[in-house]
Design a protein around this ligand. Structure first.
Ligand code: SF4
Length: 223
């Protein structure tokens, strides 16, 4: 059932990875982590702009990030919002990677998932979602949840509430590992275009047969 839902969404939502990120397959994991931090609490357009400006200003490597003056960094990332917090997160990440991982964030690949997650979450400004995205890039089995994913999952009736850990656990248990990233992106796009927060477009939705919120006339999942 759950995979079928993702397949049905896939029929109506076309994924274009460039909408979500300016990263290429060649970008290393530290760049991906920085791009993830820049994407917090802003839209994709501004986070992509901030990342491009940062890349033009500095080589996105831990040592280079620590060698550049704060005002230069701020100039590049300001457009993504919350720039003071993001500056702190990026610099702390760079320092920790140098001090504790021999300069290579890839070392977290070989650390147990829970330990790797705690390591990331010890950085100011990095919570469950950011940590899970970085861990997914590192090859760990995580399912990052944003506001769209928690809303849709709860509306469908797959979880009783929108709590991060419940929603993430649901998809982790129901999907094969190789579909985590695809499903994560499809659900976000579906939430932006069809199952919107205020006025879900149930009249054109392909999930009405499955959806608890639809069956209950919009009464489901208010938590
Ligand atoms: S039927 Fe409506 S509430 Fe349910 S998933 Fe579709 S758009 Fe969202």
């Amino acid at each position: 059932m759950t995979e079928e839902v993702i397949d049905r969404i896939k029929e109506v939502v076309k994924l274009d990875p460039s909408e979500f990120t300016t990263l290429s397959a060649d970008d290393d994991i530290f760049s991906k982590a920085v791009a993830t931090i820049l994407s917090q609490n802003t839209n994709d357009r501004n986070s992509i702009k901030a990342y491009k400006r940062l890349r033009e200003a500095v080589d996105i490597k831990p040592k280079a990030i620590l060698s550049i003056e704060d005002r230069e960094l701020i100039k590049a990332i300001k457009i993504s919002g919350l720039y003071k917090q993001k500056l702190k997160s990026i610099k702390t990440l760079a320092q920790k990677v140098i001090n504790e991982l021999d300069g290579d964030l890839n070392r977290l690949r070989h650390v147990k998932l829970e330990e790797a997650k705690e390591w990331l979450k010890s950085i100011p400004g990095i919570g469950d979602k950011t940590a899970d995205i970085i861990l997914l890039h590192l090859g760990h089995p995580t399912f990052p949840v944003d506001t769209h994913i928690s809303r849709i999952t709860c509306r469908l009736g797959f979880t009783d509430r929108r709590r991060y850990s419940d929603v993430s656990r649901y998809w982790l248990d129901k999907l094969p590992r190789e579909r985590y990233l695809e499903a994560h992106l499809l659900l976000i796009k579906f939430g932006r275009s069809i199952c919107q927060s205020r006025r879900p477009k149930c009249n054109i939705c392909v999930l009405t047969e499955t959806c608890k919120y639809y069956r209950e006339d919009g009464e489901g999942c208010k938590t």
